[in-house]
Ligand binder design. Structure first.
Ligand code: KG4
Ligand code: ZN
Length: 363
């Protein structure tokens, strides 16, 4: 359903996120100057429910989403001083993610869209991460992005809404996953990223000589499983681990990851220039791992050297949240990109056309 330009003035979209271990609902409004404004942003983390297992348990996640999603939506609408009928569209993350959870959020969105007679927007969770920089910093297309979360690690050229080119990706573990596994190995709490970063603050990054997998390779891909093995051996060599040893292992691990990311982004930028024939408008970092300050600082240096602006959304909008889903909903709605009420939930949903074709051929 296309919207006339004047209509966009009051475009208000509800966004629902339930793909992993955060239940979130938010309302974003598109202002007449084209800037997005977050009217409400409610997140309920299930971290406590999964902590004992050292990772997300899909059945527990789906049940927790069911229990909380309706009240969270009500809270977001109340916070935004709106009732459901004031909305111009309802967006939900329709994948990729844990299918039980995805279904909960998508069904809730379908119910509301049907009840108020407004469009449904089925949002790709990765696209929502990728477009967040346009909500927080109005970044123009095209830009280079590092998307790094617990389930995904990709370097993409973001050319437009729905128009992505993958320049590199991990061949095994995601960066967030590597942080989580490191934490588990060292007995640190889940999720691992913040715990490893905190421990690394007092550590010596040079004490353990860990490998920098893929550094120097001409493609922009990642491989982190070798680093994980080297880390385990390093930890075993220093056992029993005192707090100082844990800090040193964490600092050495984080330094290795930062070096790898910097090198892979250097190649990613080169590939971007080659394929698009121009420099990006900005370099963006998104996804839960973008909350890591050491990584942010390294990329800031890298961008300063390249003479490009670096954009990192505020930490709260880097980890999973509803505002990014609502914003992706706004971006799609204003282009008329809405979905039928029978749109399916998708456990796997690659962003770029090439990976999408590969997935379709396999199915
Ligand atoms: O985007 P996100 O909230 O959920 C997914 O879609 O995966 O990302 C969560 C991931 C977890 O693996 C977590 O350990 C990691 O992001 N993470 C961090 C930090 N904060 C969260 N990794 C490194 N440093 C951090 N400060
Ligand atoms: Zn995410």
């Amino acid at each position: 359903m296309a919207h006339a330009p004047g209509e966009s003035k009051r475009m208000r979209v509800l966004g629902i996120e339930t793909t992993c271990d955060e239940t979130a609902a938010a309302v974003v409004r598109l202002r007449s100057d084209g800037v997005g404004e977050i009217l409400a942003d409610e997140v309920m983390s299930q971290i406590a429910a999964h902590a004992a297992f050292g990772g997300v348990v899909p059945e527990i996640a789906a049940r927790a989403h069911v229990e909380i999603v309706d009240s969270l939506i009500a809270r977001a609408l109340a916070q935004a001083h709106l009732s459901a009928k004031d909305l111009d569209g309802v967006a939900a993350a329709a994948g990729p993610g844990l299918i039980g959870g995805v279904l909960v959020g998508l069904m809730a969105a379908k119910g509301i869209a049907l009840a108020i007679g407004k469009p449904l927007i089925a949002v790709n969770h990765l696209e929502a991460h990728a477009l967040t920089a346009r909500l927080t910093a109005s970044v123009a297309f095209p830009y280079l992005i590092l998307l790094a979360s617990g389930g995904h690690t990709q370097i993409l050229a973001v050319k437009g809404v729905g128009d992505y080119e993958r320049l590199g990706a991990t061949m095994d573990d995601a960066i967030g996953e590597a942080f989580d596994k490191t934490a588990k190995l060292l007995g640190l709490p889940y999720p691992g990223g913040p715990a490893v970063e905190a421990a690394a603050k007092d550590g010596d990054p040079e004490r353990f000589a860990l490998p920098r997998p893929m550094v120097g390779r001409p493609n922009a891909d990642f491989s982190l499983s070798g680093l994980k093995t080297a880390l385990r051996l390093a930890a075993e060599s220093a056992a029993p681990l005192r707090p100082r040893d844990v800090a040193d292992v964490c600092a050495s691990f984080q330094a290795a990851v930062v070096d790898v990311v910097e090198d892979r982004m250097r190649i990613g930028l080169k590939l971007f220039r080659q394929r698009l024939g121009r420099a990006p408008e900005a370099v963006v970092i998104a996804g839960g791992v973008a909350a890591n300050s050491a990584l942010r600082q390294a990329l800031e240096r890298f961008c300063a050297e390249a003479g490009l602006p670096m954009v990192a959304p505020p930490q709260k909008l880097c980890t999973d949240n509803g505002a990014m889903i609502a914003w992706a909903g706004v971006e799609r709605l204003r282009l008329g990109l809405t979905d039928p009420l029978d749109v399916p939930a998708r456990p796997r949903w690659p962003l770029d056309a090439k990976s999408q074709r590969a997935l379709n051929n396999k199915a």
